[in-house]
Design a protein around this ligand. Sequence first.
Ligand code: KG4
Ligand code: ZN
Length: 361
Amino acid sequence: MTRVLGIETSCDETAAAVVGDDGGAPAILSNVVLSQIAEHSAFGGVVPEIAARAHVEALDGVIEAALAEAGCTLSDIDAIAATAGPGLIGGLIVGLTTAKAVAAAAGKPLVPVNHLEGHALTARLTDGLEFPYLLLLVSGGHTQIVHVEGIGRYARWASTIDDALGEAFDKTAKLLGLPYPGGPSVERAAASGNARRFAFPRPLKGEARPDFSFSGLKTAVRRAATELAPLSEADIADICASFQAAVTETLADRVRKSLERFRKEHAALDEPALVVAGGVAANQAIRTALEALCGEEGFRLVAPPLKLCGDNAAMIAWAGMERLAAGLAGDDALSFAPRPRWPLDEASAPLFGAGKRGAKA
Ligand code: KG4
Ligand code: ZN
């Protein structure tokens, strides 16, 4: 069996995992994720310096725990894969430097991995999905649709022109005084709210271009909250439900454009697939809307289990394993420098305002 140790430290999760492949179905042998939510919650968001320090303190123990849980030692590991970008530079340095040290000391190959590629390839680990497929990546730092043709072969078809979707959830939560991280808080509050009370905008809905926009929605939420202040619990629930309804409707409208394009470009595929990945993919209302959209368009929706939606190291180990198997692990990995900005599709120019929070997914 080939075993790869994965390390992920690009944002506020310190994570290590071991993935094994014996030629049959790949297996997650361990998946340890230590969240820093408690460290950052007082600040209402991730503080880069606090994150970097917390990674330094936790990473060795998290790696040990991942090896122990997988029932192996470093000598049973065939390669080490670590997130080398995009993300917060402090965390990337901690994870990649640790990975280099472990790889050099154990005499194992190192594979520097693009965090977005980890999200992009997760569906092949969990569902054995074949190329090509369409990926909707929705997280705190990214909202994009990527045409996934093969390992390292990605074309961005659509992107946000302003805020990422997770960022819109986080800002809405903050505005309403709901706890960080915002996405789950908004989803929880929305469950008891009236989605029809506020007619929030559906940005770009009906437009021919396939891109996304969420900043107008956030502004509309702020206006409603300011007008109503002080907010009752019912007001907050209604705003969250109305916000989530606007998000799901506009998301489905935007994603449909790319499904139609994929369908045209791959007319021979019997059952084309849409993969949804990234932290926001944990949202049940969004999953339900995408499920309905895929049903209408003749697509299969592949959504990873919740613990593989958010940041984790199993996806990094798996991307490393895929790269090794494809002969694309890269040369000279020990001198690879972390890349805070590292688009999956290097050929596509960033859209105006997109990813301004730090190109993190
Ligand atoms: O991919 P991810 O774990 O990491 C980064 O973006 O760094 O995504 C985190 C994002 C946050 O914005 C969080 O609020 C959002 O995913 N999120 C959600 C939900 N769970 C997490 N958004 C909406 N609904 C959720 N249930
Ligand atoms: Zn991510």
